[in-house]
Ligand binder design. Structure first.
Ligand code: SF4
Length: 312
């Protein structure tokens, strides 16, 4: 069976085998980040709605996990902002009640954590991975290009309020773009707000694959290291694609379906796909060249290699 709302499972160093759940259609988001790997936001909104029937999403997850036991985490992420789905709280409760053996993770852009009801809905999550790429309004608007009238101060206050009631781990992700949010003034502001947010870990991230805007450059490893040093004594780590490891998973999908599921969410190199699928490079390259011939993939050359992007 080909699932509509699920992708993976994908092996990940920190989450083990992680089954992805995509709750919103591409590309509904409350921001239009310059570095977004999922492409330009076509629907810039902050109003929550039930994009897909909540019951159907729960039924798909039930079907998957009743046939596949090899999953450690169920992760809400995808090509948009998952908390825009108004049924996320119901899905979380459904999973915690029926499948408590699986841990839950949520990747969010933090914009809706300003809502007390959302903070309550997501409180049973085990690992919350919110992002925060700016502490001042002008930098926020430059890098994240949010919906009108969204204030970074409110988002920071939402993160602080979340920490007060959230019992799981918080890994705060900061995406760094050279020349935009890596100046000393902004970094000093980050350091101040880190005290109040009190995340369990701060994860620094930089461009690793083609972003929405071609002028966005990757941050050098040396600079990321310096910034990590600047943020000490916080628990800081630098995230990279090397942290994705092979872990011997069995894939339910055919190889082609797995490749499509992966590259329709974010472009990948053939090497990335070898890691995700654990199939030989020659087989992946042959399939990618077939897909290129049939016009379902586009390629784009970047420093890290040739990236493949799916075209619907
Ligand atoms: S990076 Fe996340 S928050 Fe930013 S536009 Fe893409 S999906 Fe939205």
């Amino acid at each position: 069976m080909h699932y509509k709302y699920l992708f993976g499972p994908v092996p990940s160093r920190r989450l083990g085998m992680s089954l992805g759940v995509d709750l919103v259609p591409p590309k509904y988001c409350s921001m239009d980040c310059v570095y977004c790997e999922a492409g330009k936001t076509s629907h810039l909104i902050i109003e929550r709605r039930e994009f897909f029937p909540t019951e159907d999403i729960c039924a798909e997850i039930r079907d998957f996990i009743e046939q596949n036991k090899n999953v450690d985490f169920i992760t809400f992420s995808g090509a948009g902002e998952p908390t825009l789905h108004s049924g996320i709280g119901k899905i979380i409760r459904f999973l915690k009640k029926n499948y408590p053996q699986y841990k839950l993770a949520l990747l969010t852009n933090s914009t809706l954590l300003t809502l007390p009801e959302l903070r309550e809905e997501i409180s049973p999550i085990d690992i919350l991975i919110p992002s925060l790429d700016a502490c001042s309004q002008n930098v926020f608007e430059m890098i994240n290009r949010p919906v009108d009238n969204l204030k970074i101060e409110d988002i920071i206050n939402g993160l602080i309020a979340t920490r007060k009631i959230f019992k799981g781990k918080i890994w705060l992700e900061v995406f760094l773009v050279p020349g935009i949010n890596d100046g000393m003034e902004e970094l000093s502001r980050f350091r101040e707000v880190f005290y109040d947010i009190a995340a369990d870990e701060i994860q620094l991230n930089g461009l690793d694959r083609p972003g929405t805007e071609t002028w966005v450059e990757p941050m050098s490893k040396e600079r990321l290291g310096e910034i990590a040093e600047f943020f000490s004594p916080f628990n800081v780590s630098v995230i990279s694609r090397k942290q994705i490891e092979s872990s011997g998973s069995e894939h339910k999908f055919t190889l082609k379906e797995t490749i499509i599921d992966t590259i329709k969410r974010r472009p990948c190199t053939a090497e990335d796909l070898v890691v995700v699928t654990k199939r030989p490079a020659a087989e992946i390259l042959w399939l990618l060249s077939e897909m290129k011939k049939e016009g379902s993939v586009l390629t784009e050359k970047q420093d890290r290699g040739l990236f493949y992007r799916y075209i619907e």
